[in-house]
Design a protein around this ligand. Structure first.
Ligand code: SF4
Length: 342
């Protein structure tokens, strides 16, 4: 780890000023990803801006029935918040499917959104990686790419986004609130994370000097019928090979609206509105779910080691929607080796 300066601003304005003056600075709160990256020399900030003194720790139910989640709300506090558990259970389920209790006690909402890919070559400074060092190449293209993306890739990067929370927030169409030198900006969740394109070093659309202050959720129509399904190689403390956040609004036996987001398959949570619209007016049955899954996965491109993700995603989408139709939200984690999907 290299030497760095540590500052602890008392106001958001001070933090933004530090960011503007030090382009290589990094914000730190829980530090559950950044410290690892610094130890591996992947991140080499000259300044750490400790934002934990800033007043962004509240969860506030808003007048319209939505909820505002402060950027510094810890993952554990968010997962077990009574309103979140009952009205946005997809958020609780996704959070509890991720990391470990110790990490969830430290990790923050904004940090979860900003965590970096777990591509092994990104962490290995002896390997070529366009995300770590633009223009260097991508060792994953012809290397071990079992965990890599099948959707939205580019010839520069095939990394996946690692967050579970973000998959749920994508399905629920959250809004990211950011503050920067030009004032406040509200960013639709679908637009917040980027596809790699020809600049995979940029994970999000945040501009220099901008800081996430909150994430907002509108009232949800999916509390009664939602499911977060996560498939991984071991039962806990592992990132998703494939995950699905599914929500259904059902009335008189027919689907009124649907939301589906996929994790573990792309550089950002993956949605396709046409897949969701294909379910409207249909009975909540496997045949309709399979059609939606096929639409969601159109354009999937397998690499040497990850073709299994296409079939796994197809079955996982059908399974998550089936469970959502049957029962209220619950978190489910399956070990591939022990319980194959039907
Ligand atoms: Fe780097 Fe992306 Fe290639 Fe992984 S997939 S080595 S993160 S450029």
């Amino acid at each position: 780890m290299r030497p760095f300066e540590l500052v602890r601003p008392d106001t958001l304005g001070q933090a933004i000023s530090y960011l503007q003056a030090h382009p290589a600075a990094r914000l730190i709160a829980g530090g559950t990803n950044l410290i690892d990256l610094m130890k591996e020399d992947v991140e080499q900030p000259d300044m750490l801006i400790d934002v934990t003194r800033l007043p962004m720790t509240d969860i506030t139910v808003m007048q319209d029935g939505g909820i505002r989640i402060g950027a510094l709300v810890r993952n554990a506090d968010l997962a077990y918040h009574p309103d979140v558990m009952t009205r946005w259970p997809l958020v609780s389920a996704a959070l509890l499917a991720g990391a470990s209790p110790q990490l969830r006690n430290m990790a923050t909402t904004a940090g979860n959104l900003l965590q970096r890919t777990r591509c092994y070559y990104f962490y290995d400074t002896s390997a070529a990686c366009n995300k770590r060092s633009p223009g260097q190449g991508c060792a994953a293209m012809d290397g071990h790419n079992r965990i890599h993306a099948i959707l939205g890739t580019s010839d520069q990067c095939i990394a996946t986004h690692p967050s579970d929370l973000c998959v749920a927030l994508a399905a629920l169409e959250a809004v990211v609130v950011a503050q920067g030198p030009a004032g406040e900006r509200r960013i639709a969740f679908a637009d917040f994370h980027r596809l790699p394109g020809d600049s995979p070093e940029r994970d999000t659309v945040l501009q220099q000097g901008e800081i996430i202050t909150a994430v907002e959720l509108a009232p949800s129509a999916y509390a009664a019928h939602s499911n977060y399904l996560k498939l991984r190689d071991r039962r806990s403390y592992a990132f998703a090979l494939v995950s699905v956040a599914a929500g259904l609004e059902i009335n008189d036996g027919l689907i009124v609206s649907a939301r589906i987001a996929l994790g573990g398959v792309a550089h950002k949570p993956w949605r396709d509105v046409q897949a969701e619209q294909a379910l409207v007016g249909k009975a909540p049955e496997a045949a309709a779910f399979a059609v939606a899954a096929s639409i969601l996965l159109r354009g999937a491109v397998p690499r040497r080691d990850n073709a299994f993700k296409i079939g796994l995603s197809q079955r996982s989408i059908v399974e998550a929607l089936t469970r959502a139709a049957e029962a209220p939200s619950r978190s489910l984690s399956l070990e591939l080796a022990h319980r194959p999907l039907p």
